[in-house]
Design a protein around this ligand. Sequence first.
Ligand SMILES: [Zn+2]
Ligand SMILES: [Zn+2]
Ligand SMILES: [Zn+2]
Length: 347
Amino acid sequence: MRKLLLYLLATLLSLLFPSTENQHTPPAFADTGLTVHFIDVGQADCALVGCGGEYMLIDGGNVDDGRLVVSYLKQMGVERLSCVVCSHAHEDHAGGLSAVLAVFDTEQVYAPVEEAPADYFDDLVRYAGKQGLAITVPEPGHRFFLGDAAVTVLGPTRDYEEANNTSLILKLCYGESDFLFTGDMEIPGESDLLDHWGPDFDWNVEVLKVGHHGSETSTGYRFLYETNPDYAVISVERGNPYGHPHQEPLSRLRDAGAILFRTDRLGHIYAHTDGSTITFSWENPYAEPEDAIPADPAMKRLYGNKKTLKFHRHTCSSLPSEKNQVEFTDYDDAIAAGYSPCGSCME
Ligand SMILES: [Zn+2]
Ligand SMILES: [Zn+2]
Ligand SMILES: [Zn+2]
């Protein structure tokens, strides 16, 4: 009787949870196009980029993720890295990189600083040194190629006390597909970046690696209006102590019409582009990305105040009275008309 019950239970479980072996194997890197694997390292960042047989690793998770990242790269057939990027000197980005540098021949290591007061950063410098490499601190505008993909370092554009805003900002372009990696940059860094490159810069991207694990201190409206991503990837751990991702940036991303991919729900996330079409797949077969609610035009509308020449979102507490109001359909129109963004609702 007991055996029968166990058998029934096992049958029931296999019906509820079918074998998912194949789904757990990341797809191989294609010979053509550009591929990005957002590796699920919990509450941390790690992305492996491949193009034309060349590879770049952007961040390596925490120190404890080092082994996972190394075995992931080996599993993907990576033998050498053209480039290792440490977005900034926090453990959840820099920690796993020394393990990677201990194993993989690397051509170039980029970071926003040459040293930082932390053991994991000393290790990064040490393992780079064992390969005869010094850390390169790139200037904004620095450009290099990974296969046929162009990588441009856009920021940071200023010095900052706090490490998050020192994050290296990388734009990756392949054909018509653009990816933006923002590390843990926060809203002040976003504003400085937009100001530095000016209104004529083409910010539009297809894929945004969302800043700072979806913290409310990042991904401001102004930045989203400019970058206008179709897809947004958040690297975050379920039940993390910070409550990431926060509701505010999630709602801002929905307003912007971005489809959300979260590693806490989907596991590893894989993006591939042939230069025009981007396709996504992911590890967890039981979860789906969150379809963006098509952005409601009313949500995107902006309201200028004819007297102060400031413009506001519809939710602002200091909306101008109707007779002083002028409506804009987007951010650029408002700027072109000589208006400037409200400091509280338009950050
Ligand atoms: Zn950070
Ligand atoms: Zn972080
Ligand atoms: Zn306002």
